[in-house]
Design a binder for this molecule. Structure first.
Ligand code: MIC
Ligand code: SF4
Length: 757
């Protein structure tokens, strides 16, 4: 395997030739997304023009990134693929498993001891397979990738839904499940339905209290949590060029909240500045020399409506700060309307905590701007009414913030500085000082705010805003405070206004450290230890292949009502510790989902006994008797995370079919890869026909073919039967995954036949 630097150079050295070829084939002006997609086709795929939104295409990404909570399952699967090393540069980042409790240094020490077994497993697996390993405390995957690995025009996949962050540096960066990472690390093509492309023109310039975060908060409100599905969001225009590279990265990061495949910006000066500041001047120079291949054609940007599948325009000069939430990132309220909306919806007005940082908003610019508000507040004798916390995105940023005095500023405000890790953003927050299940509001600069996510409390109303607005709201202590129009009473009893934030795009004296540290092994005989009695790690046993028969007499496990994200399907927080142990983590299956028959969470009827029990208990009771079952859900099922546990758990528990109104992209692929039949109601109203106690027959599976409809019979308890039709999006090779029992079974089989050795 070549080194990162070599890989980037080789990539650029071939780009002009590839670009010529693509142009001669497509014979039309090209978007940046198309340029990157077509220049990453899997070698053996013949070059042809693909139909966006229809054709499945195999790609060859330049690299793979994994974070500790998903890497465990990805690497457990990779170990079964029988390879010597990863075929492309790859890295693992220890960020999700650190619990935020008493501040960075204590918390890191605790993490190192409580997660020792998992870190040792990850480290030794990385050494064995020649994968970069970033120790806990080094930073959150997406910031580390942006600072070290991302490059304009490249393609990366990552086992985390916010992988698109690297789009801020002109890369197509796509979130996937671990099984997809295995494909790429095994040297196979990586399959994706050729995305549609939404063009988003940014005009004007940000000013005053608005920041890049507000661009994506507004867009998430416009597109909703499913409006981006199947699309790449491609940004352009003078407004796009006026944004910093890290601001662009924030916008790309949170594009995941619209369901978009990824988001991307064309190469510009902000990227040159960022690459140079982060010690990659050479990449900046090479990329500058081939700028025309690293951005969309001017004809496309002049007549966007002709070349994009959908087109939006946002004027940054007129943009207002937004506060999104609670419970969903697409409930977007402009700050000027918050007073009215909060009263109307009975949202708790007092803010108990304000948190900034995370992988979304922890750039030097974010931190310096938030610190400027704190400094102003201190100079005006204001102190924060809410708790105020920071979790920096990377060690690099923390060191710079310390060096340049920002951390001192936050400390003067009594702010807690957590480790450079995900922490509260993923429920790894041992929250104190608030009663259990108290109704309260928090505001943070993270990206997701699903119920219970941040602190496990379903009554915490969590709102998303820019770091600047979070800081201002934490000072005022009120959700309804608008720093643009409202004043605050200081300790002298005077009414004062906060000054508009100001900061630095990049540290004036540079990042200081040219190359970041990660340990990388020499592939070989490194011993990987999995204790057979471990509670945290468990070797995988291949799933059974399909027996060629129709699936009959399967009881309904749960008919889920309303929003069912991956957090509802496989909760995070305390459950993160079981991410390497399929059997143990399966005890959280669907414990957050609402049972449509009694509107209760984690309380469903066991068809064998008639008793009401938690979902995993019923699933296990069926599994113990060798009974397969079915799960039913509504729209955008599995939205949110890339965690494939949400697909492996049902597979392990004997759930054969997931039948829903619609799926989120990554979750649907994860289900297909793990051999669970992912079906959608052809007529969405048929969801209403599913009754408590139904038994399902899925018939005609021998004729399972791309585009076919699959007949499902609902056998009701009263002896009546209803037949409905279901649809699917499987192509031929995905049907093979189903037949083989999982995509991995197929890799193993093909490996044995030595086709991919
Ligand atoms: C998230 O933000 O939801 C996570 C936690 O980073 C997940 C990954 C995981 O569940 O491990 C994601 O975004 O994919
Ligand atoms: Fe971590 Fe939160 Fe970013 Fe996910 S969104 S990678 S949990 S910081």
């Amino acid at each position: 395997m070549v080194s990162d630097v070599e890989m980037t150079k080789i990539f650029y050295s071939k780009l002009s030739k590839k670009a010529l070829l693509i142009r001669s084939l497509l014979k039309k002006p090209l978007t940046l997304s198309e340029k990157i997609l077509y220049s990453h086709l899997y070698q053996s795929t013949p070059i042809s023009s693909f139909v966006r939104g229809t054709d499945y295409v195999e790609f060859t990404p330049n690299r793979v990134a994994m974070q500790d909570a998903t890497a465990q399952m990805a690497l457990l699967q990779f170990m079964m693929a029988g390879k010597q090393e990863s075929a492309v540069p790859a890295s693992v980042h220890c960020d999700h498993l650190v619990i935020a409790r008493s501040g960075a240094s204590e918390d890191l020490k605790t993490a190192l001891s409580t997660n020792l077994e998992v870190y040792n497993f990850l480290r030794s697996t990385c050494i064995k397979y020649n994968i970069g390993f970033w120790e806990p405390g080094e930073g959150i995957i997406h910031q580390t990738v942006l600072e070290n690995y991302a490059f304009p025009g490249g393609m990366i996949i990552g086992t985390d839904s916010h992988t698109p962050t690297a789009g801020g540096l002109g890369m197509l960066a796509i979130g996937v499940g671990g099984a997809d990472a295995v494909d790429v690390m095994a040297g196979m093509g990586w399959e994706l339905k050729f995305p549609k492309i939404t063009g988003i023109k940014l005009t004007g310039k940000l000013n005053g209290w608005t920041s890049a975060k507000d661009v994506i908060l507004k867009i998430t409100g416009m597109l909703t949590v499913k409006g981006g599905t199947g699309h790449i969001l491609e940004y352009f225009g003078e407004g796009a060029e006026s944004l910093s590279c890290t601001g662009k990265a924030t916008i790309c990061n949170m594009g995941a909240e619209t369901g978009a495949t990824c988001s991307v910006f064309g190469f510009d000066d902000s990227m040159v500045r960022y690459l140079t500041a982060t010690g990659r001047k050479e990449t900046a120079e090479i990329a500058s020399g081939m700028k025309k291949h690293l951005t969309g054609d001017s004809e496309v940007y002049l007549h966007p409506e002709k070349y994009f599948d959908r087109y939006l325009e946002i004027n940054l000069s007129e943009l207002e700060p937004f506060i999104n939430g609670p419970f969903s990132p697409d409930i977007a309220t402009p700050i000027s309307k918050m007073k009215e909306e909060a009263v109307k919806n009975n949202w708790p007005e007092v803010i108990s905590a304000g948190l900034i940082g995370s992988c979304t908003n922890s750039s030097y610019e974010d931190i310096s701007r938030a610190a400027s508000i704190v400094r102003d507040a201190i100079s005006q004798n204001l102190s924060p009414k809410s708790e105020f916390m920071l979790n920096p995105g990377s060690k690099e940023i923390l060191l710079l913030a310390e060096r340049d005095g920002y951390i001192d500023t936050f400390r003067q405000f009594n702010s807690e500085i957590f480790a450079n890790a995900c922490g509260p953003c993923i429920g790894q927050w041992d929250r104190k000082g608030i009663e259990k299940n108290a109704v309260n509001s928090v505001v943070h600069s993270f990206n997701r705010n699903f119920a219970s996510r941040i602190d496990g409390n379903p009554n915490t109303h969590s709102f998303v805003a820019s770091p600047e607005i979070v800081t201002a709201l934490a000072i005022s202590g009120k959700l309804t405070f608008n720093p643009i129009t409202d004043s605050l009473k200081n300790s002298q009893g005077e009414q004062v206004m906060l000054k508009e934030p100001s900061g630095f795009e990049l540290p004036v004296t540079g990042f200081g450290r040219a190359v970041r540290k990660n340990s990388k092994g020499v592939p070989g005989d490194e011993k990987i230890v999995i204790d057979p009695v471990s509670e945290r790690l468990q070797s995988l046993i291949p799933f059974d292949k399909w027996d060629g028969q129709d699936l009959l007499d399967m009881p309904l496990l749960i008919k889920a009502k309303g929003k069912c994200t991956t957090d509802h399907i496989s909760m995070a927080g305390p459950w993160l510790k079981y991410r390497g142990h399929l059997e143990n983590i399966s005890n959280n299956y669907m414990i957050g989902a609402v049972n449509s028959f009694n509107e209760e969470v984690n309380n469903i009827q066991n068809q064998l006994t008639g008793q009401f029990e938690p979902v995993p208990a019923v699933a296990k009771a069926y599994m113990a008797k060798g009974i397969s079952s079915v799960v039913v859900g509504e729209e955008n099922f599995g939205e949110g995370s890339s965690r494939e546990h949400a697909a492996m758990e049902p597979r392990y528990l004997g759930v054969k079919v997931i039948l829903v109104k619609s799926f989120a992209r990554i979750h649907e692929t994860n289900l297909k890869k793990q051999g669970v039949l992912a079906l959608t109601f052809t007529d969405k109203d048929d969801y209403n026909k599913v009754r408590d106690h139904d038994k399902f027959d899925v018939v005609g599976l021998m004729g399972f073919a791309p585009g076919s409809q699959i007949r499902v019979v609902l056998n009701h308890k009263d002896g009546t039967r209803e037949e409905i039709f279901t649809s699917h999006s499987y192509n031929l090779s995905q049907i093979e995954w189903f037949r083989a029992g999982s995509a991995l079974n197929l890799i193993r089989k093909l490996g044995k036949e030595s086709k991919y050795k």
